[in-house]
Write a protein that binds this ligand. Structure first.
Ligand SMILES: [Zn+2]
Length: 473
């Protein structure tokens, strides 16, 4: 770089803009480039693979990555970035670094399996695909992680300083604040990553940082409002009491990070308070089991709420409650079915696209006394979505099954800010940012949020598109 700092800097939006996967934004100051998040695109296979393989700049020319959190749509492109020549620091919080060592390895195994499956299916046509990355690429990536405590300032590249602030979304999740030194002044960019809620079960609310010139905020729930989190105990109790009358198992397709821990905590609390009778809870997921261990390890993290810590000190560790059984081995998983009495089975994947949940569904979906409870978002085209929307027949492992199980849905558990939370967060920024970019939301949600904010007198809102670049000063 020349002796004088540059006059301007730029932000290029390269994913997670008209959609909620593939979060990637490039910030350039002179010849220095840093990437905010490096997510994987999910959805239609070939299209997503192509988009995941395309980076906004030559990976070797990127100085550093600032990572908001461990979810794969924010972090899952990292092993590919490394495979293609990136060798800089990946800045994140310590819990995020620990989560990545589980989640990137898992993602690599899925990539390898996926390519194998695709190639077998298309063997006759001579079409083959390479896995996006392998376990070895994921393991190499872990060596580039540089953990930081929340609120600490650290150098990122010449003229750039970073810091991470609690985003309240999942364990270790952070908003990324980047300070850039241009010729005239220092400018502050804040990227929310995924933003949590003001009221959550385990997480502290997001911490509103001071002085932001340019804001990049998620908008997943633009135009929408979640049910009050305070209603979660009552709604869950009602579902469990109803399933008790049926005298059958309760099956909960569960995401391994956050949702699994929230459920274990809530179920334990309901049992401890006598709201529901003690029922064994089988956490039938090695990944959820490992991640639960990280909640115990990082109990002191700022991302964990004081209320939750108080609960732990008064009542003991909810993840070690007498009703909770962690199931690692697949042999054990198969045995759960034959165990007598009522049971709650939590298994992944959360949208029933793979994993052990499929075996349980195959065995139980046709039983009228089974309850299947959906507690998370179900994407279009997934088995979870079909079931949640009341499909009468579903295909599992190539066979058609009649659905006789009771289907229940709870929408209380979202880890994302809804429109009221986003409004609270944006109104709380002082002084008001000069420009606000709405990212990580469908077009409809972004437009709804934009209209809402404009009604509140907040202007200078941008809805960037894939590949769009903004020159800022
Ligand atoms: Zn997330």
């Amino acid at each position: 770089m020349a002796d004088n700092p540059p006059l301007t800097f730029s932000i290029k939006f390269h994913g997670g803009v008209d959609e909620v996967t593939g979060s990637r934004h490039l910030v350039e100051l002179g010849d220095k480039r840093v990437l905010l998040d490096c997510g994987l695109f999910q959805g239609h296979r070939l299209q997503s693979l192509e988009k995941s393989r395309t980076f906004p700049a030559e990976p070797a020319s990127i100085s550093a990555v600032l990572l908001s959190h461990a979810h794969i749509d924010h972090s899952g492109g990292l092993p590919l970035l490394v495979k293609q020549g990136f060798s800089g620091a990946i800045h994140c919080t310590a819990p995020t670094a620990d989560l990545l060592s589980i989640m990137l390895r898992d993602s690599a195994l899925i990539q390898e399996e996926d390519a194998k499956f695709f190639n077998k299916l298309h063997a006759d046509e001579g079409v083959t695909i390479e896995p996006l990355y392998t376990l070895a690429d994921a393991e190499k990536t872990l060596g580039f992680l540089v953990p930081h405590p929340y609120d600490e300032h650290f150098p990122v590249a010449e003229g750039m300083e970073g810091s991470l602030h609690n985003a309240g979304h999942v364990l270790g999740s952070a908003m990324v604040r980047l300070s850039l030194k241009t010729l005239k002044r220092t400018r502050h960019v804040l990227f929310t990553g995924d933003l949590g809620r003001r009221d959550a079960l385990i997480m502290n609310p997001p911490k509103i940082p001071h002085h932001v010139d340019y804001l990049l905020t998620e908008s997943t729930y633009g135009g929408r409002r979640h049910p009050e989190i305070t209603g979660v105990a009552e709604a869950l109790t009602e579902i469990i009491l109803r399933s008790e009358k049926e005298n059958g198992p309760l099956l909960i397709p569960t995401f391994a990070l956050e949702r699994a821990q929230e459920l274990i905590y809530m179920l334990g609390k309901l049992m401890a308070r006598g709201k529901i009778k003690p029922i064994p809870i089988y956490v039938d997921s090695p990944m959820a089991t490992d991640i639960t261990g990280l909640f115990q390890k990082h109990l002191d993290s700022l991302s964990i709420s004081d209320d939750f810590r108080r609960y732990v000190s008064r009542n003991g560790d909810p993840f070690e409650g007498p009703a909770v059984h962690y199931v690692r081995m697949s042999e054990e998983s198969k045995r759960i079915m034959n165990l007598p009495g009522r049971k709650i089975i939590m298994a992944g994947s959360g949208m029933c696209e793979g994993g052990r949940i499929l075996h349980h569904l195959r065995n139980l979906v046709g039983e009228g006394n089974t309850t299947i409870l959906f507690v998370g978002y179900q994407a279009q085209g997934t088995l979870g979505r079909q079931l949640a929307e009341g499909a009468k027949k579903v295909r599992i492992f190539g066979l058609t099954h009649d659905v006789a199980a009771q289907i229940q849905r709870m929408k209380h558990f979202s880890a994302h800010a809804d429109q009221d939370d986003l409004d609270w967060f944006i109104q709380g920024l002082s002084p008001r940012p000069e420009k606000i970019f709405l990212v990580h939301g469908g077009q409809e949600q972004r437009e709804a949020l934009k209209a809402h904010l404009e009604n509140q007198g907040i202007g200078r809102l941008e809805l960037p598109h894939y590949g769009e670049r903004f020159e800022l000063d």
